[in-house]
Design a protein around this ligand. Structure first.
Ligand code: 8YV
Length: 321
């Protein structure tokens, strides 16, 4: 019997590719560039399972293709907003994701963005590398104190909770949160306060987005909600770009309506709203949240295990549908 054919849309860590290659006929994307829509359609027609990532938009039309052969999508990542899950479910296409293994790495990046934007780290580094540093001065590059400040977390899932732990235990921050459901454990353990979205936006020194991207959270942070934030407050986004109306955010930052932003994700990656790149009070990272060697390997092995389970007729350990 021929081995099932698995196509990876991007290069995965070598150890994960090697594990897959032992069990399947593995096709790698040697150039490691995002695949075009046409190439993805072709891939779905010529494999039994697709190893996908956030750079692959798999919409209803592509999944409904009568010539599609793939019956499983093993997503390398926890977020799956790039895949039309309701259509996949209707068509019986199995989809898995990689929850849990990237929680700590992503919470680290969220905390780092809070620190970077508050302490003007990007600005300072640009000044130094640009040979514009004239030496220490009592009043240059003064930032905002993170220790003891109020952090508002929107979306208290695994990553939100890991960020709350860092903020409370590491930095003595006070945490407010808004989520679909309350977490009595976190409230007891960290003194986290459950509040409405409006209360959170109005009270927080730092607002961190840690919710999934879906129809309800698209442009959750728009011009009106940004206007509820305090002029001294900062916005940090490590969730998904479309949770924020980027044009409205850029306008609010440019007008000084909020103090700054730290972003790891964007509405139209890899494009970044041009005005954001011109603003000194914005820290911009290229979607690095889960980017440690250990975490990316753990994600790859988890996705590979789900693909193996599919072909072996076992329940998917991390089934989305
Ligand atoms: C991944 C992420 O690296 O897992 C996620 O949802 O946002 C990132 O950490 C990326 O999605 C890979 O597909």
């Amino acid at each position: 019997m021929p081995l099932p054919r698995v196509i990876l849309t991007r290069r995965w860590p070598a150890a994960c590719e090697a594990a897959l290659a032992q069990k399947f006929e593995l096709v790698r994307n040697e150039r490691d560039m995002p695949m075009s829509r046409e190439a993805l359609v072709e891939a779905l027609r010529s494999c039994d399972a697709l190893g996908a990532t956030v750079t692959d938009s798999l919409d209803a039309q592509m999944l409904s293709d009568p010539d599609r052969r793939a019956g499983m999508i093993g997503n390398f990542g926890v977020g799956f907003n790039h895949i039309d899950i309701s259509v996949a479910e209707q068509l019986g296409i199995r989809v898995s994701n990689t929850p849990g293994v990237l929680t700590e790495a992503t919470a680290d990046i969220a905390m780092m963005l809070i620190l970077m934007v508050a302490r003007r780290a990007g600005e300072g580094e640009r000044m130094l590398r640009g040979d514009r540093w004239a030496g220490w001065s009592p009043t240059s590059l003064l930032g905002t104190q993170v220790s003891g400040a109020r952090l508002g977390i929107i979306g208290m899932g695994r990553i939100g909770a890991a960020l709350a732990h860092r903020a409370v235990h590491g930095f003595g921050m006070r945490v407010s949160y808004h989520n679909r459901s309350r977490s009595p454990e976190l409230e007891a353990e960290l003194g986290a306060e459950f509040v409405s979205l409006e209360t959170l936006l109005g009270a927080a020194d730092f607002v961190s987005l840690n919710c999934p991207s879906n129809a309800e959270t698209r442009h959750l942070i728009n011009a009106q909600r940004l206007s509820l934030m305090r002029p001294e407050a900062f916005l940090v986004n490590t969730a998904r770009g479309d949770v924020v109306d980027e044009a409205a955010l850029a306008a609010a930052l440019a007008a000084g309506r909020i103090a700054g932003a730290g972003l790891d994700v964007y509405e139209e990656e890899p494009l970044v709203y041009p005005l954001l790149k011109q603003l000194e009070n914005v820290v911009l990272l290229p979607h690095q949240g889960s980017g440690t060697q250990a975490t990316r390997e753990a994600m790859g092995f988890m996705a590979a295990e789900n693909i193996a389970a599919y072909f072996e007729g076992r329940p998917l350990p991390n089934s989305v549908c």
